[in-house]
Design a protein around this ligand. Structure first.
Ligand code: GDP
Length: 298
């Protein structure tokens, strides 16, 4: 996974890696710090996280009398790791049976494919899984889940053109009677500006709670890393509507904007449960701050 992560993060790595070459040849001065600042902003770390990182670097530069770029890079890696550590909180599913996970996000963020990968992840832990095809707008999303389910021997609850809240309700009832460990509920993509659809997803959440008063046990927002800084606005809007409890950041492999996770950490820290670095079934893994920073800098 570490190699995969490293390859996956290569574009963000190159973005930050540009620093490496600057660092190794230079002595620390204000020009170098300014270049570093620009590079962090270009990797979509956002103003708040970039400022926080720069403040820490300046402090350590003076306090520890750092001289070489290499030393500064080590301090940057450490500061970034400290910034990201609060996001590291792997999803624990043992507290409830069934453990109900609802997924939300805009179209194309990677919800449906992430559900397949998550189902695989939980099955590998010996858990049984049931899927709810709650994206009733897109027939392709339902078919994709049904196909995945039949290939992997996983029950998929679907209703052609049905009400997504009803699909979620049925899925929970069915999971309970079958003694299933984990229910993954897909939802249709929507934009925070589509207020009727935001109301709808809030309703889906309420209906899940009717089916299981302790649930949903996890509300995952799936964010495409390519949207960079927009992720913050999206997260705030979805959080307001459905109280997001965890994040999945996908497509870190296709982007130089991997710094967005630092922006999230600084502005609206939520557990980053999983990160996606490719289309393969193993390409979605729990987020680990140390691994992530090592993959970027080593
Ligand atoms: P949804 O509309 O949110 O359900 O999005 P989909 O699950 O249909 O995913 C949209 C596209 O993104 C598909 O082609 C996926 O294969 C692709 N995708 C999802 N996650 C990743 C990832 O981590 N890396 C890459 N490269 N592609 C991904």
């Amino acid at each position: 996974w570490l190699d995969r992560l490293k390859t996956g993060l290569s574009r963000t790595r190159n973005q930050l890696g540009a620093l490496g070459s600057i660092f190794s040849l230079r002595k620390i001065d204000e020009d170098l710090l300014e270049e570093l600042e620009t590079t962090l902003l270009m990797a979509d770390c956002g103003v708040e996280a970039t400022t926080a990182l720069l403040t820490e670097l300046r402090r350590r530069w003076k306090q520890d009398k750092l001289e070489t770029g290499e030393q500064l890079q080590a301090v940057l890696a450490e500061a970034l790791r400290n910034l990201l550590l609060p996001l590291q909180a792997p999803l624990q599913t043992d507290g409830h049976k069934p453990f109900i996970i609802m997924l939300a996000g805009i179209n194309g963020a990677g919800k449906t494919t992430s559900i397949g990968k998550l189902a695989h992840h939980f099955q590998a832990q010996g858990k049984s899984v049931l899927l709810a095809a709650g994206d009733t707008f897109r027939a392709a999303a339902r078919e994709q889940l049904e196909e995945w389910g039949s290939r992997n021997n996983v029950v998929v609850i679907a209703q052609e053109g049905g009400d997504p809240a009803a699909v979620a309700f049925d899925a929970i009832t069915s999971a309970r009677s079958r003694g299933i460990d984990i229910v993954l509920i897909d939802t249709a993509g929507r934009l925070p500006t589509q207020l009727n659809l935001m109301d709808e997803i809030a309703k889906i959440r309420r209906v899940i709670q009717k089916a299981e008063p302790s649930g949903p046990h996890e509300v995952l927002l799936v964010l495409d890393a390519n949207i960079g800084q927009n992720a913050i606005a999206q997260l705030k809007a979805f959080d307001k509507a459905i109280n997001v409890t965890g994040l999945v950041v996908t497509k870190l492999d296709g982007t130089a904007k991997g710094g967005v996770v630092a922006a999230i950490a600084r502005t609206i820290p939520k557990p980053l449960r999983f990160i996606g670095v490719g289309e393969g079934i193993e390409d979605l893994q729990p987020f680990d701050a140390t691994e992530f920073v090592d993959a970027l800098f080593s």
